[in-house]
Write a protein that binds this ligand. Structure first.
Ligand SMILES: [Zn+2]
Ligand SMILES: [Zn+2]
Length: 382
C-alpha cells in the first residue's frame, strides 16, 4: 500500500515527510494503523549523530542505518495479520514496545524483557524475522525503521514480538506514551532506583523521561523528590502536577538543597534523565548520593562516550552504586498494561504529559520545540 513517513536520510538533516510504499506483513508480522506517536529524544540522537554507528563498524556489520523512518513511541490498531501470527488479530489495540520481547530468551525468561536478545537487531532497522525491509521509498530504496517500529508514519509493519496488546477501551493517543517515555522514567525510579517509602530522590533533567521518574518516585512513597532542570515552567509542572516536593535549576543548586533537606546525609537515589548523558555529569550526580545510595543512568549518551568523571575512592568507601537502566528495567508485557491500568484509575498521569500535538508534516517543528524546551512531550496525531 502507499502511505507516508518521516524519513531521516542522513544525520544532521531535517526529517523528510514523503510518500512511501509499505509491503504486506510477512510471517510473524502485523500491519498497525497508528493513532499517535510521541516525539522522543532518542530519535533526535540520530539527527545529532549521538546514536549513529561509526561508518566502518556499520560496514563490518553489513548494516545500513540510513535512510530510516523515525519514531518508536506509538500505539494503534492491528489492521492486517501475516501468516503464523498467533498472539494478535485484526482489531486488536497495541502499544509498540521499543524493545521487542520474545518471551523465550534467557533475559525474557528471568523477567528482564527490557534486555531481550531481540534487542540486538534494534539498530539494524529491518524486520526481526528475516532482516529485510517492508518499507520502501518511492525511488525503490529500502527504508529502516527506528527500534523495529517506525512510528513516524500512519501505518507500519512490525513483528508481533514488538506489539503489546492492550484493552480496547484505553485512548490510544495516551497509551502511546507508555511505549517509551513513561515506562522508561517510571521504571527508572521504581525498578532501577528501587525507591522506597521515605527516601530522598533527585531527578536530573525533567523532560519526557524525567517527569515520569518524578511521578514514579512520588508513587513509590519518596519523602523528597527534587526535580532538577534549568527550565522554570517544567520545574513548576513537576511540583504542581507530578509530585515533586522541591526543584532546583542546576545540579549545584540541587546539591545544596539536598544537603539542607537531609541534614547532610544526601539523597538515597539520584536518576540521570538529561537529554544527553555526558561523563562530566556522573561525578556531580554521585556527589549528591548518600553512602549506601544509588545513582541511575538512563539518559542516552553519545555512542563513543567513554570518559567519566567520578571519585572512585568515594564510590567504594561509601558503598555507592552506579547502575545503568534501559526501558525502566521493565517487562513491557506486564508493565505496559499495568501502567495503563494505573492511568485508568487516575493514579498515573498521562494527559498532563502531552504539551503540544502536531501533524506528521510538522515533525521538524515538534523537534524544534523540544530543543527550545517548550514541551514535556510533543505528540503526532494521525
Ligand atoms: Zn524513546
Ligand atoms: Zn527475549
Amino acid at each position: 500500500m502507499e502511505t507516508r513517513a518521516a524519513i531521516l536520510w542522513e544525520p544532521r538533516t531535517d526529517w523528510s515527510v514523503e510518500d512511501i510504499e509499505l509491503d504486506d506483513p510477512k510471517a510473524g508480522e502485523v500491519k498497525v494503523k497508528f493513532a499517535a506517536s510521541g516525539l522522543c529524544h532518542s530519535d533526535e540522537h540520530m539527527v545529532t549523530g549521538d546514536m549513529v554507528l561509526d561508518p566502518e563498524i556499520a560496514a563490518l556489520l553489513q548494516l545500513e542505518q540510513f535512510p530510516i523512518i523515525g519514531g518508536h513511541e506509538g500505539a494503534g490498531e492491528v489492521v492486517q495479520v501475516g501468516p503464523g501470527v498467533t498472539t494478535l488479530q485484526e482489531g486488536d489495540h497495541v502499544v509498540l514496545s521499543f524493545i521487542p520481547s520474545c518471551g523465550r530468551c534467557p533475559s525474557c525468561a528471568r523477567g528482564r524483557q527490557h534486555i531481550c536478545d531481540l534487542g540486538a537487531v534494534l539498530l539494524a532497522g529491518r524486520q526481526i524475522g528475516d532482516m529485510t525491509a517492508r518499507h520502501h521509498s518511492k525511488s525503490g530504496k529500502d527504508l529502516g525503521i527506528m527500534c523495529c517500529t517506525g512510528t513516524f508514519a500512519p501505518y507500519t509493519v512490525v513483528n508481533e514480538a514488538t506489539c503489546v496488546k492492550i484493552d480496547n477501551s484505553i485512548p490510544l493517543d495516551k497509551a502511546a506514551l507508555v511505549g517509551c517515555g513513561v515506562t522508561t522514567g517510571w521504571g527508572a525510579a521504581v525498578n532501577a532506583a528501587g525507591v522506597q517509602p521515605g527516601e530522598t530522590v533527585v531527578v536530573i533533567g525533567i523532560g519526557g523521561i524525567g517527569m515520569n521518574a518524578v511521578q514514579g518516585a512520588a508513587m513509590a512513597g519518596a519523602r523528597h523528590v527534587i526535580a532538577v532542570d534549568p527550565i522554570e515552567w517544567k520545574r513548576k509542572e513537576a511540583e504542581t502536577t507530578f509530585g515533586a516536593t522541591h526543584s532546583a535549576a542546576s545540579i549545584e543548586e540541587a546539591a545544596a538543597l539536598v544537603g539542607e533537606l537531609t541534614w547532610g546525609a544526601n539523597a538515597d537515589k539520584a536518576i540521570l534523565t538529561t537529554g544527553v548523558a555526558t561523563g562530566d555529569l556522573i561525578g556531580p550526580m554521585m556527589g549528591m548520593v548518600a553512602k549506601g545510595g544509588r545513582g541511575v543512568v538512563t539518559a542516552v549518551a553519545p555512542m563513543m562516550q567513554e570518559d567519566v568523571k567520578l571519585n572512585l575512592f568515594d564510590l567504594a568507601m561509601q558503598r555507592k552504586e552506579l547502575v545503568g537502566c534501559i526501558f525502566g528495567n521493565a517487562n513491557p508485557r506486564r508493565d505496559i498494561p499495568r501502567l495503563l491500568q494505573l492511568y485508568g484509575e487516575g493514579r498515573l498521569k498521562l494527559d498532563e504529559l502531552v504539551t503540544t500535538t502536531y501533524t506528521l508534516d510538522e515533525v521538524n517543528k515538534g523537534y524544534q520545540d523540544m530543543r527550545d524546551g517548550k514541551n514535556i512531550r510533543g505528540m503526532i496525531l494521525y
